[in-house]
Write a protein that binds this ligand. Structure first.
Ligand SMILES: C[S@@+](CC[C@H](N)C(=O)[O-])C[C@H]1O[C@@H](n2cnc3c(N)ncnc32)[C@H](O)[C@@H]1O
Length: 174
């Protein structure tokens, strides 16, 4: 996978949700996780994060949006259902990205929305659980930047010989 990403949540209040976001981030290969205005409420994440993300990834804990410090060149991408949001299946994910999701009750604050270069939405009829939204966002990133070949037109997986050839070509060309 090219590039890197971090993922964080603003104002989250349930440790179980934060644990699920962290476990998902870890599984998809995040470089860092973060919380904004949340750590004092929700540090006990082990129940839903048996992967022990906090032992493997840096967790930045910022009191408020003004304290956020992202790596240079890292694009902030909001994940929210709002007027400004672009539908995720039509969105090209930035190589270096920090995704931010909102609290269980409420939405990303106007302050952080202003800082987002992009805001994306998952095409659902209504909002879904925050940890599920995180998982779908990272899965979509994997589809977008994972370097997978086009799907075959017929049902089923790719032709394995053609896939091997394509992988060898990709490894040679970088
Ligand atoms: C449970 S939702 C927040 C509740 C919601 N604002 C409401 O009261 O209707 C928690 C967070 O999950 C994310 N989320 C949930 N569904 C989403 C969707 N379809 N597209 C993008 N983000 C979503 C957003 O970051 C949102 O702030």
């Amino acid at each position: 996978m090219r590039g890197y990403f971090g993922i964080g949540v603003q104002g989250i209040s349930k440790a179980a949700n934060l644990g699920a976001v962290m476990r998902t981030a870890h599984a998809f290969g995040a470089s860092f996780v973060y919380t904004i205005d949340a750590y004092h409420k929700a540090l006990r994440v082990d129940a839903t994060d048996r992967s022990r993300t906090l032992k493997h990834l840096p967790h930045y804990q910022w009191d408020n949006v003004d304290d956020m410090r992202l790596p240079q060149g890292c694009t902030l991408v909001g994940v929210e259902l709002c007027e400004r949001s672009v539908e995720m299946p039509s969105f090209r994910h930035p190589l270096a990205a920090a995704y931010v999701l909102g609290p269980e009750q409420g939405s990303l604050s106007p302050e952080i929305q202003d800082l987002c270069t992009y805001i994306v939405k998952i095409p659902t009829k209504f909002c879904i659980n925050v940890s599920l939204a995180a998982a779908l966002t990272l899965y979509d990133r994997t589809l977008c930047l994972g370097g997978y070949p086009e799907r075959p037109l017929e049902p089923g997986g790719p032709d394995l010989a053609a896939l091997e050839e394509w992988r060898a070509l990709r490894a040679r060309n970088g």
